[in-house]
Every structure is written in C-alpha cells, then in structure tokens.
Design a protein around this ligand. Structure first.
Ligand code: CTP
Ligand code: MG
Length: 219
C-alpha cells in the first residue's frame, strides 16, 4: 500500500506557552517539528508527507516543500487542520495522522500501527493508564475509577484513506483526535502499543522531558 504521513502543526500551543508555538521551539539542536518530521522521513515505507501549518506560519512552508513535503493551511480546530491535510492525500491507500508536538515517536510505534492496518481500517497507539484514577467532588475524592479498560490516546493514528476521508466529511463538532472522528462514523479502531516516551509536548516541563528522551535514544 501507499502510505502517507500527515503531520498537524497548526495549533497555537497555548498551554505550553513561550514566545513561539511549541512546534517551533528549540529541542536538542533543532525545532520540535523537525524532530517529528525526521522520524517519518527516516521511516522507509512512507511515500508522502503532508505538513499542516497555520496561516500565520506559511512563510515556513518553503523549508518543508524543499524537502519534498506537501504543505496545507490549518483550520480553526484540529479536525479542520486534518481535513485540509487530507485533501492532499492523492492516491495514498493509508494515512498516519500525527501531532507535530510528539517529536519522540519511534519506528516501533509506527510499525505497530502499520501492521494493524493490514487487517483493520483504523489503528492507533494507546498507553495503558497506570496511576489510580479518582473521581472528584468539591475537591475531595468521591471514588476510584476502574482503569483496566482505560488508555491514554497517542498518535500516529492510522487509517484506510477512504475511510478517514469519509469520516471527516461527515463529522460535525469538536474532536480531540481522529480516532474520535472515526468512531463517530462507526469505524472500529484497534489499539496498538504506545509508549510513555511518545509524549505530546503540552505544558512547559514537557520540552525538557522530550529532550531527555531524545538524548537517551541517541546513546
Ligand atoms: N493542531 C492543529 N490545528 C489546530 C489545533 C491543533 O494542527 N487548529 C495541532 C497542534 O499543532 C498539535 C496537535 O494538533 O501538533 C495536538 O494539539 P494540541 O496539543 O492541543 O496543540 P495546540 O492546540 O497547539 O496547544 P494548546 O491546545 O495548548 O493551545
Ligand atoms: Mg489544542
């Protein structure tokens, strides 16, 4: 199958703070987004890489098109950004949709998703929740939630191209990720093995965590 990667980088990075959005912040000698892109460029089976940038960042597009990537303009929310990227899929059979803010993604995680797509129309990495989970009321613990069926959602989330295009075309509302969009269309999504190292840079301390993860993987 022809496999495309779609990297969404059109968010504002509000929670992470900083002078520029998190995907543009420095991390181990290059920008966060460059680490993310490198992970997919090095992965042998990816034939097309699409990057989604915000309208205000389109001046960065040339740096990516010069590397053979396609660039789309982002939208008001993540789902809108993904939809704009999906328009550039061409004849790809499968698409891996990934957060630019997850620069520590590994070949093993990508392998897991692609392997699952041999039999499933949708597959995504999940990380079993390990901490006990409390349900709170008025700042006090009102109960403990059973976590045996709970996973933290990660990316890349992989899909049959026609299936995710149709799901996004039909979707109304706000979604945290593409698994939610697929599920809204009735698509079953297989869970593959995620990793605690595949963190999403979300709050300020995450950048230094990502730096430690990348440094230890270079040893
Ligand atoms: N994203 C996007 N377009 C949007 C919103 C988000 O492409 N309109 C991307 C972000 O760039 C990021 C990924 O979706 O790579 C995951 O979103 P999130 O972690 O929420 O990033 P931000 O929306 O940028 O951060 P925040 O919610 O803190 O503002
Ligand atoms: Mg966001």
């Amino acid at each position: 199958p022809k496999i495309a990667a779609l990297i969404v980088a059109a968010g504002r990075g509000t929670r992470a703070g900083g002078a520029v959005a998190k995907q543009w912040q420095p991390l181990c000698g290059k920008r966060v987004i460059d680490h993310t892109l490198t992970a997919f460029q090095r992965y042998p089976k990816i034939e097309r890489i699409i990057i989604v940038l915000s309208a205000g960042d389109m001046a960065e597009a040339e740096g990516f098109t010069a590397q053979g990537c396609l660039v789309a303009e982002g939208g008001a929310d993540r789902a809108a950004s993904v939809r704009n990227g999906l328009a550039l899929l061409g004849d790809a059979d499968l698409v891996l949709i990934h957060d630019a803010a997850r620069p520590c993604v590994t070949p093993q995680i990508i392998d897991g998703v692609i392997d699952a797509l041999a039999t499933d129309a949708a597959a995504a990495p999940g990380l079993p929740v390990t901490d006990a989970l409390w349900v709170a009321e008025d700042g006090a613990v009102a109960g403990t939630q059973d976590r045996t069926a709970l996973y933290a959602a990660q990316t890349p989330q992989g899909f049959d191209a026609a299936t995710i295009r149709a799901a996004h075309a039909a979707f109304k509302g706000v979604a945290a990720d593409d698994v939610e969009v697929a599920r809204a269309a009735g698509v079953a999504v297989a869970i593959t093995l995620g990793s605690v190292d595949n963190l999403k840079i979300t709050v300020p301390g995450d950048l230094s965590r990502a730096a430690r993860i990348l440094e230890s993987s270079m040893d």
